[in-house]
Design a protein around this ligand. Structure first.
Ligand code: ADP
Length: 324
């Protein structure tokens, strides 16, 4: 068996996403099946800086495939943006005989992973896990499907009240600065309007849609707003002031980040992990893994960490036709 790297480290970093545990489990078990030792750093980058890690074995990762969150905990670690901290992390990895590091996280974590890869001899591999789905190079991230389903289930309930009371509901979903989550959720709940940072409608345009809907006999409506669109509370007040509608705001919030991962999030986690371990086994160098046109693939970490993932704005047009 060809093995140069003997120990794989795993770190989960940034915002948690449902399916991170499935990825930890899969890297550990697939790593062991290929002859590696596996250790998990706790609390994100901070665990590498503080030499805080534990051995992961096929048994110690049992019973977690269905759990949200991350058993390794996660942390936002602003210190890691400083070059001296990244160098300390590289030194600690070397001293602890870690030969390859799997970073499970979002775009910020990928940027940290890239910085680390520049100063360390350790092979760094990124596994995209974020409900925002905003990582360049992969069509989908671990956790996105779960968050979409959570938001859809929540908004379906809100729709009942919207219809019964003939109200407009603005429902704010997560996604940080991007609109991937809002766009997909908006289509799935049949939103009358979808507000995303990439193509923001202004207040007069939103009111025009609402008034034209009222003329068509639609007295209720759902506006799905990405958190990155702007101030949803002010928007609700403005629409109420300028129309005859009663408007309410509902923020889906952190329930989107947690909960048991869907089958799809677990599957992506398992397949991404297999690809990541394979690229370590094959010594392919610093890389990221992801889904491209239905195929799990490995690509350059730097391109992924620096790239901006495009959003398919044609979906907005589809949503518009669907809300006729
Ligand atoms: P996510 O990985 O979910 O996008 P963050 O954006 O908070 O979450 O990033 C996670 C961590 O990655 C940050 O706390 C920080 O330690 C590190 N990080 C973020 N941006 C950078 C950057 N530009 N350079 C180096 N490290 C970064």
């Amino acid at each position: 068996m060809k093995i140069v790297a003997k120990t794989i480290g795993i770190v989960t970093s940034g915002g948690d996403a449902p399916g991170m545990n499935a990825a930890i489990r899969a890297v550990t078990r697939i790593g062991h099946s290929k002859g590696f030792n596996v250790v998990g750093f706790e609390r994100g980058w901070d665990g590498i800086l503080a030499n805080n890690f534990k051995k992961l074995t096929p048994r110690s990762v049992g019973g977690i495939v269905q759990l949200g969150g991350t058993i390794l905990r996660t942390f936002r670690c602003p210190a890691f943006e400083k070059p001296e901290c990244v160098k300390l992390a590289a030194k600690n990895l070397q001293q602890n005989n870690v030969d390859a590091l799997v970073v499970i996280g979002g775009d910020g974590s990928f940027r940290g992973a890239l910085d680390l890869s520049k100063v360390s001899g350790v092979q760094v591999v990124g596994i995209p896990a974020t409900i925002d789905n905003d990582i360049y190079g992969t069509d989908e991230t671990i956790g996105f499907d779960t968050a979409v389903n959570t938001a859809v289930a929540s908004i379906d309930k809100i729709r009942d009240t919207a219809i019964s009371h003939e109200r407009i509901f603005i429902v704010e979903v997560m996604g940080r600065k991007r609109g991937f989550l809002a766009l997909e959720v908006g289509i799935c709940v049949g939103a009358e309007v979808i507000l995303i940072p990439e193509k923001p409608l202004d207040l007069p345009e939103i009111i025009k849609v609402m008034n034209s809907n009222a003329e068509k006999g639609k007295r209720a409506g759902i506006i799905v707003a990405a958190e990155g669109y702007g101030d949803s509370s002010k928007l609700a007040q403005d629409i109420q002031k300028q129309t005859d509608f009663e408007v309410r705001l509902s923020i889906v919030g952190y329930s989107q980040r947690g909960g048991s991962p869907t089958a799809r999030s677990r599957l992506l986690a398992s397949l991404f992990a297999e690809k990541a371990v394979d690229s370590i086994y094959e010594q392919k160098g610093n890389s990221a893994v992801g889904l491209q046109n239905g195929i799990v693939t490995s690509f350059d970490l730097e391109t992924s960490a620096r790239g901006k993932k495009p959003l398919d704005l044609r979906l907005l047009k589809v949503a518009e036709m669907l809300s006729l």
